[in-house]
Design a binder for this molecule. Structure first.
Ligand SMILES: C[S@@+](CC[C@H](N)C(=O)[O-])C[C@H]1O[C@@H](n2cnc3c(N)ncnc32)[C@H](O)[C@@H]1O
Length: 407
């Protein structure tokens, strides 16, 4: 047995079962110190058991108190010990207090331990913690949904959320069950384009990024070419407009980029010149908004694999191989769409028809289904350049092509 200074005993109200101190008991104890068993404290001298005995030593003005020191690993464990010890000598907790402890402990300690410590039935325990368990399940479901929307695999979702694989599979089956009419609800507030000139007003992107495209482009593609919870693959994620639109219109997304921006943790890092990502599910819509070759030279990175930094042949080869790989991925039983938006390289005295060249490469593998003209919504040429163009009688380009293909 040890002794410690009475003044070193730490009484933590939050780590001791609630009770009403009994002054006459303290008085009685103070007159019979030699009969009292030692108090119990933790290695940090926090009181586990013996409040009245400790007060009795203070009352009697004795400096040192006999004690047992118990090592505890956490405050949680300390509180549980305190509850058990005090229950053992008649300091019973009220039902209300037991309920409070059950709710406080249920998520950190094994159920059986709580049931034993509080000496309550399993049914009572389950009843008291029902709301908490429901709350937790709702949170877990939301996390599973979020991860499923960003196309994480079921294994990874189970691991990250801490629920069994089968539960993940059941919940997902449930999310995906949606009646075919639901899409009209999802697009209730949306006015789709009717014609093949898509001219949008001011940019409305949630995260600004060089080369942001108007989110309405993706929105219209989703409207015309996908169903709820289809998978959209965007390997040139940039500022992540695709993610916002997919979440709003309930499409799953796999969005990657050579240089994901920190503001968008759900853009994955992937260099598309190395082929499609290994864990990409079969996509229903592939959306390509690459750097428009030289126009974006050095704008995103100095990486030689950046499509803004390569020579024209390698640029076109990359676009072609994406189309080839996507077709392979679709196999015979899956039909999807691939859309690419691109404008020409057109400076005074030099014209490279990038949309036409990309079309040639993609059409080797896929069949064109639509071609849409998308004017820029801001004046992209500076004043001096406009003046020069006028002098030279050269046209300034202001449009891009959005081309849609399928198998
Ligand atoms: C025109 S931006 C995309 C903009 C995006 N659609 C938006 O609205 O924010 C082109 C993106 O392609 C990325 N990129 C360039 N080369 C790449 C490569 N080899 N693999 C993956 N991404 C690449 C760039 O980092 C850049 O973010």
């Amino acid at each position: 047995m040890n002794t410690i200074k009475v003044s070193e005993v730490v009484y933590r109200e939050d780590l001791y079962p609630r009770f009403k101190p009994n002054p006459s008991k303290i008085q009685e104890y103070a007159e019979n110190l030699e009969l009292l068993p030692p108090i119990e404290v933790s290695q940090h001298h926090i009181l586990i058991d013996g409040y009245h005995r400790w007060k009795a030593y203070q009352t009697a003005g004795v400096d040192e108190i006999p004690c047992v020191i118990t090592e505890v690993k956490s405050e949680q464990e300390l509180l549980m010990l305190a509850v058990r010890r005090n229950a053992a000598h008649g300091q019973q907790l009220t039902q209300e207090e037991k309920k409070r402890y059950a709710i406080r402990w249920w998520d950190v300690l094994p159920d059986d331990e709580i049931i034993e410590t509080l000496s309550i039935s399993r049914n009572t325990f389950l009843r008291w913690t029902r709301d908490k368990r429901r709350e937790k399940e709702a949170e877990q479901k939301q996390r599973v949904y979020d991860l499923w929307m960003r196309c994480e695999t079921q294994e990874r979702i189970a691991e990250q959320v801490g629920v069994p694989r089968q539960t993940v599979a059941d919940w997902i089956a449930n999310f995906a069950e949606i009646d075919p009419e639901a899409d009209s609800g999802i697009f209730r507030d949306f006015e789709p384009e009717l014609y093949t000139v898509w001219n949008f007003g001011k940019a409305t992107n949630e995260v600004r990024h060089f080369g942001n495209i108007p989110p309405e482009i993706i929105e219209n593609l989703l409207y015309y070419y996908t169903k709820p919870f289809d998978v959209v693959f965007d390997p040139f994620g940039g500022g992540g407009s695709t993610i916002d639109v997919c979440l709003r219109r309930k499409r799953r997304y796999y969005v990657s980029d050579l240089n994901p921006i920190p503001a968008r943790p759900d853009i994955r890092k992937h260099d598309i010149t190395q082929g499609l990502p290994d864990d990409l599910p079969v996509p229903d819509l592939v959306f390509l908004d690459p750097p428009y070759w030289k126009q974006a030279k050095g704008k995103y990175s100095d990486d030689p694999n950046d499509l803004g930094n390569m020579d024209l042949e390698r640029f076109l080869e990359t676009i072609g191989s994406i189309a080839r790989d996507v077709k392979r991925k679709w196999r015979a039983d899956h039909s999807g769409k691939l859309a690419i938006i691109i404008g020409p390289w057109n400076v005074i005295g030099e014209f490279v028809d990038l949309p036409f060249l990309c079309y040639e490469r993609i059409a080797k593998y896929l069949t064109p289904v639509q071609r849409i003209t998308v004017p820029y919504n801001t004046q992209i040429h500076g004043g001096a350049y406009v003046k020069l163009a006028k002098e030279k009688r050269e046209l300034l380009y202001l449009t891009r092509d959005l081309m849609v293909f399928e198998r």
